[in-house]
Design a protein around this ligand. Structure first.
Ligand code: ATP
Length: 279
């Protein structure tokens, strides 16, 4: 059956997802500190904006001013879209204190109350007709109450997916931790993308793996990735092989490369047909 997909437009990312994230999926982007999770969430939102899709960024980890600075650091001018009502930051960081919060439209006063966040999110999605949401980070919501993690994630998933949006939930794990954010969360979400930073013989290697993604085929290898001044680039046609003392970047078999390429072409054709039908 044909699955409608939301392209991330992050170089190499849609290839390893065989065409993009299936629409309405809630994707956990998990990884240790500095692995690029926040950048991925921002790039997903910004790439949607430039293609006419409204987006919402829920800031739980950073002050909204820092979030904006970080978007601009990569040359992603979200301010323009904010003025047009196509982009908004939901401030779940300041608790409503300070001069920034006074000027903001969407402020969560109490992050311990997921119902408040849910209601604000629901209002924002409807007002902006948003289709993309990023929550950075969802871990912050249950840091002090891990037993509530699953129900918090399910509440947000019901609202976001129910309103037709596709989302990235950033999940923070410790360096060296193998999990993605706890069993309750890992099974509740529709997809898991894991970002890693490994030190081998004094050199750092960035990589990315799609661990699960409901309703699509996924690449089954660890791909090298880079963070540049323009954001994340996934080396979709290569894989990273790390053994005890060695890290090697190897090309993927030709057939797989061809199949990934093809998956993107197929989607474009289907979209063209749909647009024609609408007209
Ligand atoms: N212009 C750039 N060029 C190369 N690397 C960059 C650039 N800007 C940021 N980085 C890298 O991105 C990393 C931060 O990425 P990001 O904020 O997404 O991490 P994170 O996974 O969200 O971490 P945390 O969980 O600690 O917040 C920095 O450590 C830095 O190495």
């Amino acid at each position: 059956m044909y699955v409608k997909r939301v392209r991330t437009y992050i170089p190499g990312m849609d290839e390893i997802l065989y065409g993009g994230i299936p629409e309405r999926n809630i994707v956990l982007v998990s990884g240790g500190p500095g692995t690029g999770k926040s950048i991925m969430a921002k790039q997903f939102i910004y790439n949607g904006l430039t293609r006419g899709e409204s987006g919402i960024f829920v800031a739980l980890e950073e002050h909204p001013v820092s979030v904006l600075r970080s978007f601009h650091h990569f040359g992603w001018d979200v301010t323009k879209y904010e003025k047009e009502g196509k982009f908004a930051i939901i401030d779940a960081f300041t608790g409503g204190y300070g001069s920034t919060a006074q000027k903001e439209k969407y402020v969560v006063k109490n992050v311990d109350d997921v119902k408040e966040l849910g209601e604000i999110l629901r209002t924002a999605i409807k007002e902006m007709k948003a289709t993309r949401v990023a929550i950075d980070s969802v871990s912050t919501l249950y840091l002090t109450k891990p037993a509530m993690a699953r129900s918090i994630v399910m509440t947000l998933k019901r609202i976001i997916s129910g309103l037709g949006c596709t989302a990235i939930f950033v999940s923070q794990v410790s360096v060296g931790e193998r999990g993605f954010g706890g069993p309750g969360v890992e099974h509740a979400v529709d997809g898991i993308i894991r970002m890693d930073l490994d030190e081998v013989e004094g050199k750092m290697y960035r990589s990315i793996i799609v661990w699960k993604m409901r309703d699509t085929k996924i690449s089954m290898v660890r791909h090298p990735m880079e963070i540049t001044d323009n954001g994340i680039i996934v080396e979709w046609d290569k894989y990273l092989k790390i053994t005890n003392f060695k890290a090697e970047i190897q090309p993927l078999p030709k057939e797989e490369v061809e199949e990934m390429k093809k998956s993107l072409e197929v989607k474009e054709k289907v979209e063209e047909i749909e647009i024609e039908e609408e007209e």
